[in-house]
Design a protein around this ligand. Structure first.
Ligand SMILES: [Fe+2]
Ligand SMILES: [Fe+2]
Length: 199
């Protein structure tokens, strides 16, 4: 293997298609969804630091890093090759991203309330967390099984290579160097704290 002088996440992986990057990110997101599932089984007031860590991951990695790559780069490339942004499968994905964001805002508000000692937020936190888990699991499955196949088929190979490069630039710009690794570490920390084995 050629030695790399870069520091980016992409230099350590052999990705040939942009959808491979996104599917790979789905696997990391699923690990944190499993951690949130486990958090649902313990009283939130005793696990606020874990909730905050999970929400940090969800806002930054799942939304900022991952969903924005889809919205700003992959979906427009698909649109350029005949798949409309509105209506149809991309429209559904965009709607689900927004729905996810509103669950995340509600979870964040509930956690902030709990931090101030208000107990009224527990039900809201748990129900939005359940809603978010259900939404994201299905969303990821639809992308992996349907939407990414469409993308692989409709985007020409040379443009896929260019998209990979744009993903890397997006990550450097939105997240900064080393941030991908930071969020992988957060997934691991949550698993360790919640006794989830990752085999
Ligand atoms: Fe998505
Ligand atoms: Fe996705």
């Amino acid at each position: 293997m050629e030695h790399s002088h870069g520091h980016g996440f992409y230099e350590h992986h052999q990705f040939e298609k942009p959808t491979e990057v996104l599917s790979d990110e789905h696997r990391v997101i699923e690990r944190v969804l499993a951690a949130v599932g486990k958090l649902l089984t313990v009283p939130p007031a005793q696990s606020l630091s874990h909730w905050k860590k999970a929400l940090d991951f969800i806002s930054n990695f799942a939304d900022q890093c991952h969903h924005l790559k889809e919205e700003k780069l992959l979906f427009p490339a698909m649109e350029a090759h005949g798949i409309p942004l509105e209506g149809g499968p991309i429209g559904v994905m965009l709607m689900e991203h927004e729905e996810g964001r509103s669950h995340v805002r509600a979870m964040r508000a509930a956690v902030e309330g709990l931090e101030r000692g208000e107990t009224g937020g527990v039900e809201s936190l748990l129900s939005h967390a359940r809603g978010y888990l259900r939404l994201l699991k299905e969303h990821i499955q639809k992308e992996d099984e349907i939407l990414f196949m469409i993308a692989d088929d409709c985007i020409p190979a040379a443009e896929q290579t260019a998209l990979l490069k744009s993903f890397e630039e997006h990550e450097a710009r939105e997240m900064g160097a080393g941030v991908h690794e930071k969020y992988l570490a957060i997934a691991q920390e949550l698993e360790a704290a919640l006794n989830i084995s990752n085999e």
